[in-house]
Design a protein around this ligand. Structure first.
Ligand SMILES: [Zn+2]
Length: 134
């Protein structure tokens, strides 16, 4: 069982980093065990795919950096699946080796973005916990 705060930080991590990368956030919903951020995020070229991967990674990274106590798998099972699919899409365009390097770089970029935006993530998470829908 996850705490509402953990789920809120996770979803706020996706949403704040999406917005920081210029991706339109269409909605956020959560309950105490899982959540979802709806975005409009094209994934045609390599930089769009990378942007999407950074947003995908930002939820779990926000939990690790801001809470330190990661949620159980139910919250980010979908993220793992997206991460694998996006890395495979990158590999189609640039090859496996290059895709692995780019995925590592996306993780580094997601980590520094979450750190830079940690205040915003906390503020949004607090709002989400009150409203449960944004
Ligand atoms: Zn997530």
């Amino acid at each position: 069982m996850n705490s509402l705060r953990t789920v809120a930080i996770h979803e706020a991590g996706h949403a704040v980093i999406a917005a920081a990368l210029g991706i339109k956030v269409e909605g956020i919903a959560l309950d105490s065990n899982s959540g979802r951020v709806r975005t409009r995020c094209p994934e045609q070229n390599i930089s769009e795919i990378e942007r999407s991967l950074i947003v995908t990674l930002a939820g779990p990274i926000a939990e690790r950096l801001l809470i330190g106590d990661p949620s159980d798998e139910s919250v980010f099972r979908g993220d793992r699946k997206d991460e694998i699919e996006l890395t495979a899409k990158m590999a189609e365009q640039v090859g496996l080796f290059e895709a692995d390097l780019r995925a590592l770089d996306c993780e580094r970029r997601a980590t520094s973005l979450v750190f830079a935006k940690r205040k915003e993530i906390q503020i949004l998470a607090d709002r989400l916990m009150l409203k449960k829908v944004a």
